[in-house]
Design a protein around this ligand. Sequence first.
Ligand code: GTP
Ligand code: MG
Length: 554
Amino acid sequence: MGTFRRSLGVRGPFSKSSRLCDKKQYCQAATEQLTGTFTPFMEMLQNRRMEASRSVLVQVQSAQSYKQLFTYCESMGKVKCMFHYTEGPEPMHFIIVEFESESDVANVLRSSSHIQENHSVPVASQFLWFRAASKKFGTLKASAQAKLTLENGTDVRNENDLKAALLRCNTVSEQIEQLHSLTKLNDVGHRLRFLTAKQVETTISGMFPRICAFPFGSSVNGFGKMGCDLDIVLRLTQDRENDNSRLIYHCKAASGSERSTNQRNMETIGDLIHLFLPGCNQVRRILQARVPIIKYYQHLTNVECDLSMSNMTGIYMSDFLYMMGEIDPRVRPLVFAIRKWAKEVNLTNSSPGRWITNFSLTLLVLAFLQKPLQSPPILPTLNRLAKLAGPNDYYVTEDGIDCTFLRDLTKLKFQTQNTSSLEVLLREFFEYYAQFDFGAKAICLNEAVAISKPEHSPLYIVNPIEKGLNVSKNVSIEEVEKFKIEVRNAAWILESKERNYESTGLIAILDSKDHIKNKLPFVLSAKNNRLMEISELFDEEERNSDPNVEYKND
Ligand code: GTP
Ligand code: MG
């Protein structure tokens, strides 16, 4: 049986002095996390949006160009900080320059120009390139150099490096912390996503001065990893406008239904992105889906984008998930471990289909943390958060969806007594869902107990915000059976005392598909209650996979 190797000094996110493997420290850390520097989601979103408004993204020749760029920019405004990153195999170099104020960016953009000789569309945006100059620059002052950070903002960590880092950990809990800290979206990753959203907003703001392009989903809810996509909801106007004004804008009447108007608008915005936005390509319009979206790739920031123009519920859902992650320091690492496991055992898939999504998996983890099997809850229910809501937490969308719940976690009167380590929680997660009655019960984050299924979808996860909807309506019976088999296998591997293979802990469950294929010849198929050869089961799953099913369909 493999044993954990000594750590080579790689430390997890909780290890300022020691790790959180000491049980009491989990409770203490949860309390500190709440009473410390908690920033409510909307404030965080606003701060990041302002940061993007004060920033430009500049393509440069090399990292050394920062000296020239810094001096040049300082002649037009006050540089707050700069971030260098590279992109692509023959690396292109980029520097994000953040200024002290938005007016500095306006100065920079006013003084920037277009290349006259080629046939490019002369769009002005915060995406620029820096023309090389022959002038030599000496060394910058230390105070100026301190403003530059070199951070890899776009690269996804190599799997072998990740595995090596996990092998160096002493315990499964450390592995889970390590996985989280090595793969989570970093500061440059966040900045690039907010700049990408800002680009669309700026382009259309002439006609729609109150436009907002809000990032939502994993880019902002704290569950994003490096390379995650950017979900944007584009709102042409604010929800709360001044109703008392006596001067009203003349506007064109919309022709057709709200949905068809929305589809037409999105088609036009898709054209604008395709024709005019620098760096944006591979524009695809998926306008017949329940929530119409435009997909595109921004290659200067290396971000895949999904843009919709629906209501604000996606934002409030992100708010809720963000808060759940803020309540206890074990939540995000555990979600990362489960998402990684699900990817490795092929439960999730990057193309839409009848499989479980990362979003549904996150809800499964949160639901488990609200009601673990043998220990006290780590997370409160949404109903409890709704009861604690104050006047500033009142949010109802224009179509009447109530998204009111407590936003300021320092007012949350909830302190968990649960001291379980991440290792224990990981194992309990698998045990919890190994015995969950998916046939009769729905997973519900609003209530303290699992509720009966309102209808017969194979997997029913109540949408916490729009309670009449099932977020996992797309998931087929075969995928639910596969999930049940995989959680049992993972629980078995983590509990197994006599592992006769090399990988350990988290790596064992991440490699479990290969392991099970090689070592366990048969499994009990939950579908037809007969022993199936494992390869037969995997073949059947591959046959059943249908990549053409749209997933956002609840
Ligand atoms: P990754 O992109 O996989 O990292 O995670 P994500 O949470 O961003 O998922 P995704 O991009 O698929 O969806 C973005 C957001 O849309 C989610 O965080 C949810 O808020 C929302 N969403 C996704 N799928 C559904 C769904 O089936 N129903 C509802 N109501 N919302 C969904
Ligand atoms: Mg996403």
